[in-house]
Design a protein around this ligand. Structure first.
Ligand code: ARG
Length: 473
């Protein structure tokens, strides 16, 4: 049990209390952020004349050697330490002696952990964004190849009007676009540096907070030290945005599961991305999609957990806030894994164009267009709606689709029908005439794809455009 704070205690901490209190098990993944923040802090302390050049050099060298040894496996982060901050500081003191004891001057673990978590979350936001970007590129490719792959569009899970596969997938492209803009938004709002806030009330040392902020790639220091150590809004915002990403993936999963079923047969998931049954030899199950759908619940759970944890916390730091980490880490890991698996599954999935087209032909998806045909010949829409309703009923009795009805049969329902109706209600016409912006017509979709192409060429969130610090490591 290595602690930073034994002085005012006369007894050892109870072993179980120590373990209950400790966070090393999960905050060990912040070792790099902790070391980076400490290097920045020590460089600033020296610049401000608070420690000497020799002390600073020893600290920086010592911290880098800790990083190297953790990375090459010769130094293990064990639960002998309370948290990652204690681990780094204790090891530093072991390595460089007294100079190491000066590192924590003008700093508290409260601003330290706030910084570590911000550094971690900030770079994960970029990781998640770049995965969403990869997924968009896959969708773009499938869309480009399927501008005229007709399929039924559904409302209430009932065939409604014909669309194309490109159009259907475009809806997900848009969802991902919003997801990515949420990432950017959170990033920009959180990009202020809490280091130097101390325990809660700043410090009497003449720290240069702007200097540490810029070394660590932040836009500026935070403006209120009490808020700095107790703000976890950015974790909440990220959990909310990740919940939305999962909601999108889960809806997509649901569609893949349906489409992959024997009844739909719209897609075939690649063998490498599906699994079998231990008893039923014929099965090929969409487990990836089901797991993504299932894991959505767990990410939502982390959002509720952190919201609930934060709601009763008086200013400023309270230990409750240590609970921000496990959920956030798990949500981030889960979402990254889900996007990766899901997009690879989509990338390798076979879209069965004939089945889709056949299905679009069968469900009266051209009924609205048939009504529009009558409207264009002078019939009020409400009357046309009723005529086509009767037509559909007759079709159902005869087991035919609208375009399989003879002109005589059609004329029995309304004498407004002429030979040109067949062209007007053909799948091709139904889709190709839906030219409104955002509609499924290949011509309309082409314009949208041109826009997407530009968007994908200039990913507004390209990593190289963002300063993530790290130079001092
Ligand atoms: N492990 C703590 C956390 O994650 C670090 C901060 C501890 N600060 C304190 N005053 N106990 O929040």
């Amino acid at each position: 049990m290595a602690q930073l704070w034994g002085g005012r205690f006369t007894k050892e901490t109870d072993r179980n209390v120590y373990l209950f209190n400790a966070s090393i098990d999960f905050d060990k993944r912040l070792y790099l952020q902790d070391i980076e923040g400490s290097i920045a802090h020590s460089i600033m302390l020296e610049k401000q004349g608070i420690i000497t050049l020799e002390e600073k050099d020893a600290i920086v060298k010592g911290l880098r050697s800790i990083r190297d040894d953790v990375e090459n496996g010769s130094l293990e982060i064990t639960d002998e330490y309370e948290d990652i901050h204690s681990f780094v500081e204790a090891n530093l003191i072991q390595r460089i002696g007294d100079a190491g004891k000066k590192l924590h001057t003008g700093r508290s673990r409260n601003d330290q952990v706030a910084l570590d978590m911000k550094l971690y979350v900030r770079s994960e936001i970029l990781e998640i964004d770049s995965l969403l970007y990869e997924f968009q590129k896959i969708l773009y490719r499938v869309m480009e190849e399927n501008l005229d792959t007709f399929m039924p569009g559904f409302t209430h899970l009932q065939k409604a009007q014909p669309v194309t596969l490109a159009h259907h997938l475009g809806a997900y492209f848009e969802m991902l676009r919003r997801d990515r803009s949420r990432m950017k938004d959170i990033y920009q709002r959180m990009n202020t540096c809490p280091l130097g806030a101390g325990a809660l009330a700043g410090t009497t040392y003449p720290l240069d907070r702007s200097y540490t902020a810029s070394m660590l790639g932040f836009e500026m220091p935070t403006f209120n030290s009490m808020d700095s150590v107790s703000d976890r809004d950015y974790v909440i915002e990220l959990m909310a945005a990740l919940s939305t990403v999962m909601m999108h993936l889960s809806r997509f999963s649901e569609e893949v599961i349906l489409w992959n079923s024997n009844e739909y047969g719209f897609v075939e998931i690649d063998d490498a991305y599906s699994t079998g049954s231990s008893i039923m030899p014929q099965k090929k199950n969409p487990d990836i999609a089901e797991l993504v759908r299932g894991k959505t619940g767990r990410v939502y759970g982390h959002l509720m957990a952190i919201l609930t944890t934060m709601k009763g916390i008086p200013l400023a730091y309270n230990k409750d806030m240590q609970e921000d980490k496990e959920g956030a880490f798990d949500a981030i890991d889960t979402v990254k894994e889900c996007i990766t698996m899901f997009m690879q599954m989509v990338d390798t999935m076979k879209f069965r164009k004939d089945v889709m087209k056949d299905s679009a032909n069968k469900g009266f998806t051209n009924a609205t267009d048939a009504a529009d045909y009558l409207v264009k010949r002078g019939m009020p829409f409400r009357d046309a709606h009723s005529v086509i309703g009767r037509l559909v009923l007759t079709c159902l009795e005869k087991g035919k689709s609208i375009d399989e009805m003879t002109i005589e049969e059609l004329k029995e329902i309304s004498d407004v029908f002429e030979e040109d109706v067949y062209d007007a209600v053909s799948m091709k016409t139904c889709v190709e005439k839906r030219l409104t912006i955002g509609g499924p017509a290949p011509e309309a979709m082409k314009k949208v794809l041109e826009n997407y192409e530009k968007y994908l060429k200039e990913p507004f969130f390209a990593k190289e455009n963002y300063n993530l610090g790290g130079d001092i490591l």
